[in-house]
Design a protein around this ligand. Structure first.
Ligand code: HEC
Ligand code: HEC
Ligand code: HEC
Ligand code: HEC
Length: 181
């Protein structure tokens, strides 16, 4: 009896920890869960919609108008999709055909202030002595049209490595996936 009870307590404690781990590494509760920020009760809707989505060859069921950032000229779709919130030009709550009024500020703002890792036509990826040859099908770190884009280093759903990174920064693994140093 007693052993059974202890087992049950241990099991539920384990489930609790596992549950928390899932909540922390996925999108729920992350910066991309905008329920609190926008006062809405859904998670996916600022980015996706099941119906009447914007036709966007690059992004599935996209709920935001296609956007080309003037702040990062030369950036491809796999960056523009992020910059449609992160360069601070378009409101986060401009989705589903509505014009919103909540703009990103602070650290989340990626604009012309300061320098950033080159993207788009400024970061053409040519495997060779300086760069490893990444296999886009299997690598979490990808190139898009042979270019480095926001989505090369990031994954909008995954907080496993923090900061929606596609690969761990422990030992700078993310950087060393591409840079052969
Ligand atoms: C902040 C914007 C954002 C939010 C919020 C978001 N997604 Fe996404 N989603 C993306 C982007 C960007 C891609 C394209 C990923 C890529 O190509 O690397 C994507 C791709 C997908 C895909 C295609 C498969 C994949 O993983 O690439 C599915 C399925 C998906 N999202 C489901 C969801 C669901 C379900 C939710 C809500 C629980 C959600 N997304 C919330 C940005 C978002
Ligand atoms: C619909 C708007 C929207 C889109 C599209 C979007 N983001 Fe975000 N992002 C946010 C918001 C809101 C936050 C939270 C900002 C804050 O906490 O101040 C955030 C936060 C982040 C953060 C900081 C991590 C954290 O702890 O909050 C990173 C990194 C990030 N986004 C990367 C991306 C990348 C890369 C893409 C494209 C694949 C993307 N985002 C697309 C709205 C968006
Ligand atoms: C070469 C890889 C790489 C590229 C390309 C990249 N990022 Fe990041 N990003 C990172 C890393 C690594 C961090 C975490 C930095 C740290 O730990 O200090 C980060 C952090 C961030 C943050 C959080 C900043 C903060 O201080 O909280 C945001 C937002 C973000 N990136 C958005 C973007 C957007 C938008 C793009 C495309 C314009 C982009 N990133 C392109 C690697 C990259
Ligand atoms: C997806 C592959 C990829 C990843 C991941 C990546 N880089 Fe790069 N990096 C490149 C490419 C391509 C260039 C551009 C080379 C060029 O065109 O001059 C570059 C350029 C640079 C430069 C030179 C910038 C300049 O203005 O000349 C530095 C420094 C750098 N990367 C550091 C990093 C760091 C630090 C990380 C990890 C946070 C990282 N890179 C991750 C591919 C990558």
């Amino acid at each position: 009896m007693k052993k059974g009870l202890i087992f049950l307590i241990a099991l539920s404690a384990g489930l609790l920890i596992a549950g928390q781990a899932t909540a922390q590494s996925g999108i729920a509760g992350s910066g991309h869960d905008m329920r609190g920020l926008l006062g809405i009760n859904e998670i996916c809707v600022p980015c996706h919609t099941p119906h009447n989505a914007v036709e966007n060859a690059n992004y599935p069921l996209w709920n935001r108008t296609e956007y080309v950032s003037g702040i990062f000229p030369g950036s491809g779709p796999a960056s523009q999709v992020c910059l449609s919130c992160h360069d601070g030009t378009v409101a986060v709550d401009s989705y589903g055909g509505n014009i919103g009024s909540t703009f990103l500020t602070g650290d989340a703002l990626i604009d012309s202030t300061g320098e950033h890792h080159p993207i788009g036509t400024n970061a053409v990826y040519t495997p060779g002595p300086e760069y490893n040859n990444i296999t886009d099908d299997t690598s979490p770190v990808k190139t898009f049209n042979s270019q480095v884009e926001c989505s090369s280093c990031h994954n909008a759903h995954n907080m496993e490595f923090g900061n929606f990174l596609a690969e761990t920064m422990v030992g700078s693994q993310l950087c060393l996936t591409c840079h052969n140093l």
